[in-house]
Design a protein around this ligand. Structure first.
Ligand SMILES: [Cu+2]
Length: 135
């Protein structure tokens, strides 16, 4: 009996842990380094106001650019990609630490997140915004 109870507690803990990880959030905290988004995957609910807190701990300027659904900046971000931007916080200076808000897309799906500084996509500054239907 004791063992069964232990098993149930473990199972419950696992379920709770996985919920916390997968659930959508309206608060994103992202750290920009040379050359990564940490974390590099964000899950948000459709159409809600999202507060994003950005910290650039790298030595160079970075960007947080959300591409429109179904588009990609490819291996390098160039001027043509501007037309495909859903939302962007550009030219985040080293040491920069602030919060901004944007409204999440109303269409669920996976949106590419990139840094437009030259060479940064190729170096690994790519992420994913996962938009899920709100409850
Ligand atoms: Cu960058």
């Amino acid at each position: 009996m004791k063992r069964l109870l232990f098993l149930l507690v473990v199972l419950l803990a696992l379920v709770l842990a996985s919920c916390g990880e997968a659930g959508p959030t309206t608060n994103i905290n992202v750290t920009l380094t040379d050359f990564q988004f940490t974390p590099n995957q964000f899950t948000v609910p459709t159409g809600q106001e999202i507060t994003i807190t950005v910290t650039n701990t790298g030595a160079v300027v970075h960007n947080f650019i959300i591409m429109k659904l179904g588009t990609t900046a490819g291996a390098t971000y160039d001027d043509d990609d501007d037309a495909n931007v859903f939302w962007a916080e550009r030219d985040i200076q080293p040491g920069g630490d602030f919060s901004v808000t944007f409204t999440a897309p109303t269409e669920p799906g996976e949106y590419e997140v990139v840094c437009r500084t030259e060479g940064h996509i190729a170096s690994g500054m790519v992420g994913k915004l996962i938009v899920v239907a709100g409850e």
